[in-house]
Design a protein around this ligand. Structure first.
Ligand code: CP3
Length: 323
C-alpha cells in the first residue's frame, strides 16, 4: 500500500497494512526550510503562490514517511474572497479590515471570487505527490463566522456569540455554508482525495446549540460531497460523529468511545517531550482503539512552531512500529 491507498482504506474501514499517519500543520514554522520561504514573503503572499504552496507542503514529505499531505492555504481565505479583507500582522494572528459586525456589513459581502489560486495549488500538489493522500480543507461555517464577525481572534468570540441569534447572523451562516460547499467541491475537482472541515470553535457552544448552529450546517456540506470527508471538532465529547466520513478529535477525547473512522487525539504538546514519552502517547492512543483499525494517527490540534523537527520523526516512526 502507499500512503494514499492506506489512508483511504482506513477511512473506508477497509484492511490496512499499517496505520496511516500525518500531522495537522505539518507544513509550518517549526521547519527551518519553511522559515526560509517565509523570510522572502508574507504568509498571505505564500498562500497566493501555488508554486510556493506546493514547495512548503512537500517539505515535511521530504523529511518524514508521512501518508498524507494537505494543501497549503488557510481557512480564512474564504471570507477574504467574500470581501472581508484578511490581514495577518506578525505576532497578532489574523484580523479582517471589514469584519461583519452588523447586518449592513454582512450584506456588503459578496460570493467568493478569486480562489483559483487554491485550486491551482491543489493541482500542483496532486502532481507532485501522487502517492500521498491529498487533503483539501475549509473552516466550518460557525468557525469562519467567529472570525468574520469578531474581526479577529478574541477569547470567547462575544460578538459572534451575540450575532448567531439574529436574522442577519443566521443568513450569514447560511451564506458561509454555501461558500464552503463550493470551495470543497472545487478542491475535490482539482484532485484532492479527501476534504477536512475545521470546526475549531465548535466547543464554544453547548452540545445542543452546537448541533443546530454548527453541526447541521456541516451535515449540509458533507451531504453534497461524493468523496470522503473528515470533520475536526475541537470538543472532547465526541460531537460530530457521523457528520462526515471520519471524526477528527482533540486531545482528551477517548477513542474507545467512538466507533470510527476517527483521526487524531494526541496532544501537540507531547512533541515537546522525550522519545519515550512520545512513543508512550502513541501506544496509549492505540490501546484506546481496542483492536479497531479504522483510524488515522494525527495530533489533536495543529503542530506548534516550538516543536523540534526530531520529535515529528519519533512520532511517525512510533506509529509505523504499531503495524
Ligand atoms: O499543514 C497544514 O495544516 C497547513 C495548512 C493550514 C494552515 N492553517 C496554515 C497556516 C491549515 C489546515 C490551517 C487551518 C486553520 N487556520 C485553522 C483551523 C485549524 C486550527 O488550527 O484550529 C484556523 C483556526 C486558522 C486561522 C489561522 N491561521 C490562525 C488563527 C493563524 C495564526 C496562528 C498561527 O499559528 O500563527 C493562522 C496562520 C497560519 N495558517 C499559519 C500557517 C502555517 C502560520 C503563518 C505563518 O507562517 O506565519
Amino acid at each position: 500500500m502507499n500512503g494514499r491507498s492506506r489512508t483511504l482504506a482506513a477511512l473506508a474501514c477497509q484492511p490496512i497494512d499499517r496505520f496511516p499517519v500525518w500531522l495537522m500543520r505539518q507544513a509550518g514554522r517549526y521547519l527551518p526550510e519553511y522559515r526560509e520561504v517565509r523570510a522572502k514573503m508574507s504568509f498571505l503572499e505564500l498562500c497566493h503562490s501555488p508554486e510556493q504552496c506546493t514547495e512548503v507542503a512537500l517539505q515535511p514529505l521530504r523529511r518524514y514517511p508521512l501518508d498524507a499531505t494537505i494543501v497549503f492555504s488557510d481557512i480564512l481565505v474564504v471570507p477574504d474572497a467574500m470581501g472581508a479583507d484578511l490581514r495577518f500582522v506578525a505576532g497578532d494572528g489574523p484580523s479582517f479590515g471589514r469584519p461583519a459586525r452588523d447586518a449592513a456589513a454582512a450584506a456588503a459581502l459578496h460570493d467568493p471570487v478569486e480562489l483559483d489560486y487554491v485550486y491551482e495549488a491543489v493541482r500542483q500538489l496532486r502532481a507532485a505527490a501522487p502517492d500521498h493522500c491529498l487533503f483539501g480543507f475549509a473552516g466550518s461555517p460557525w468557525t469562519l463566522f467567529c472570525y468574520l464577525v469578531q474581526g479577529e481572534a478574541e477569547e470567547g468570540y462575544p460578538a459572534a456569540m451575540a450575532a448567531k441569534d439574529t436574522d442577519w447572523g443566521r443568513a450569514l451562516l447560511d451564506r458561509l455554508t454555501d461558500a464552503v460547499t463550493v470551495h470543497l467541491k472545487a478542491q475535490l475537482a482539482a484532485g484532492a482525495d479527501v476534504v477536512q472541515v475545521f470546526d475549531t470553535w465548535g466547543g464554544l457552544l453547548g452540545r445542543t446549540e452546537w448541533e443546530e448552529v454548527s453541526g447541521a450546517r456541516i451535515a449540509r456540506i458533507t451531504a453534497e460531497l461524493r468523496e470522503p470527508s473528515v470533520c475536526f471538532v475541537r470538543a472532547t465529547d465526541g460531537r460530530g460523529e457521523g457528520l462526515a466520513t471520519a471524526l477528527s478529535v482533540p486531545a482528551g477525547t477517548d477513542l474507545g468511545a467512538l466507533r470510527g473512522p476517527t483521526q487524531g487525539n494526541i496532544a501537540p504538546e507531547v512533541l515537546y517531550e522525550d522519545a519515550d514519552t512520545i512513543r508512550a502517547a502513541v501506544r496509549a492512543a492505540h490501546a484506546q482503539l481496542r483492536g479497531r483499525r479504522n483510524h488515522v494517527f494525527n495530533l489533536g490540534h495543529g503542530l506548534t512552531p516550538k516543536t523540534p523537527p526530531e520529535a515529528v520523526a519519533t512520532f511517525v516512526a512510533a506509529v509505523q512500529e504499531l503495524g
